[in-house]
Design a binder for this molecule. Structure first.
Ligand SMILES: [Zn+2]
Ligand SMILES: [Zn+2]
Length: 246
């Protein structure tokens, strides 16, 4: 086996872990209840979520619920309509940091209500201003891999695989609210962007998702494909969660 094989393997493993946390546990589970998470899985998410993904599950879910409540209006935390296609890259990061501060200062009634609906606590490191630590940790592990195996590429594969969410987030929040087709007449600019859906495990099917946020499967018809749903299906088979089929 050559080095490129191991780099590919590490990148893909990191990417899959990241996707499982964000699209299955954070998005379909914690935020929308499209998959039901047991109290034990929720506790596990509360402790591990930020360390694995770099994103606090409560802050992410609060931001995402605000996105559904105010899609593409000026109060949307991330929208290409108000921030521009490339502006969403920085916009989503600023909104995320801003939401952590607003959850903590408890002065915004809407943030209080939305964040209170999410059944877990803000992580200790977010509360105490250390929310960048998981990134430093992953970079340290990447450097360790690079030095141990004499390959910078191996270290990059690890870091890029696990911490790819700013790219995925930008593709979904920006491209899938600007370019693509619509199946449903929702009150926003959400689109079904097939390429984003293929790369980001179904998340590019924003129009379908905005029309049916409680549905675990984002795809409706060929050639739409939602790999995230099949992750849910597999996780249900091994007893991690239960798909809400209403
Ligand atoms: Zn959206
Ligand atoms: Zn959603």
């Amino acid at each position: 086996m050559n080095l490129f094989f191991y780099c590919g393997l590490i990148f893909l493993s990191g990417y899959m872990i990241n996707m499982f946390y964000i699209t299955v546990l954070y998005h379909r589970g914690l935020t929308h209840g499209a998959v039901i998470l047991s109290p034990a899985v929720l506790k596990f998410l509360e402790y591990t979520g930020i360390w694995v993904t770099g994103l606090d599950p409560k802050a992410w879910s609060t931001m995402h619920r605000l996105h559904h409540l105010h899609s593409d209006s000026k109060d949307d935390p991330h929208s290409p309509v108000h921030q521009g296609v490339f502006g969403v890259w920085v916009g989503q990061y600023k909104s995320y940091k801003n939401i952590i501060s607003r959850i903590l200062d408890k002065k915004d009634p809407e943030i209080n209500r939305v964040s209170d609906e999410i059944s877990l606590e803000l992580s200790w490191i977010s509360k105490h201003g250390f929310s960048n630590f998981p990134y430093y940790l992953h970079i340290a592990v990447g450097l360790l891999l690079a030095f141990s195996f004499g390959s910078v590429l191996l270290g990059f594969a690890y870091v890029l695989g696990l911490l790819s969410h700013p790219v995925q987030g930008w593709m979904v929040n920006s491209l899938a609210h600007r370019y693509g087709r619509r199946n449903f007449p929702t009150n926003d600019h959400s689109k079904n962007n097939l390429w984003v859906a293929y790369f980001v495990f179904g998340e590019g099917l924003q129009n379908n998702h905005h029309a049916h946020p409680g549905r675990a499967k984002f795809s409706f018809k060929f050639p739409e494909f939602d790999a995230g749903y099949w992750m849910c299906w597999l996780a249900e088979r091994v007893g991690i969660l239960k798909i809400n089929r209403f």
